[in-house]
Design a protein around this ligand. Structure first.
Ligand code: MG
Length: 192
């Protein structure tokens, strides 16, 4: 069975920090409209080392799948941006965006039917496995500890201090106002 590497896109192979910086400077919360606009610009740069990693994998006969929760309407711009940044294996089949659900498990399983997935790479625990989904902060830590042999081997995690499912865990997956989120974040701070 041919080998495959499954990578997330945002904050794993593409760097969207300019969009975050724009939001911070203008004091804007995350909004889908602004996110789509940034995507349409096709200006995200590659995360350092990502293109080299993908090309190395390809040189060893490994297929790269880009599994992302970007929406299907963003597909053309995403493909253009990935190509412009220099990534290999950028095809309709290999760039797998969100259809109905945010969980990536069915998409991983579909790839695993045809390929042996040797590495999963992401900035979000949910990029690696579904065991982290909708879990509390304590449960997420416990699940990571359970799978520690996989980390650095099959699971490669990149830090993302800007946003991620860790933030949803702080909010206990609730739909909160900005003020409520701010309070939960403040309560979660670890102080000296
Ligand atoms: Mg990501």
């Amino acid at each position: 069975m041919m080998r495959a590497v499954v990578v997330d896109i945002d904050e794993t192979v593409l760097d969207n920090s300019p969009a975050q910086a724009y939001g911070a400077k203008n004091r804007l919360p995350f909004e889908l409209k602004g996110w789509y606009q940034w995507g349409e610009m096709r200006k995200a740069k590659a995360i350092p080392g990502a293109v080299e990693f993908a090309n190395y994998a390809k040189s060893k006969g490994v297929r790269i799948f880009y599994v992302s929760n970007r929406d299907e309407v963003q597909k053309a711009a995403t493909i253009d941006n990935l190509k412009a940044a220099g990534f290999p294996d950028i095809t309709e089949e290999n760039v797998v965006l969100r259809q109905k659900e945010s969980t990536k498990e069915p998409r991983r399983l579909a790839i695993a039917e045809k390929y042996r997935i040797v590495i999963l790479m992401g900035d979000n625990l949910n990029d690696l496995s579904n065991v982290y989904e909708r879990k509390s902060i304590a449960e997420r830590f416990a699940e990571v500890d359970k799978a520690k042999e996989l980390y650095g081997n099959k699971f490669i995690v990149l830090p993302n201090a800007m946003y991620g499912e860790w933030e949803s865990a702080i909010y206990e997956y609730g739909r909160l106002t900005e003020a409520q989120k701010s309070e939960k974040r403040a309560n979660a701070l670890e102080l000296p």
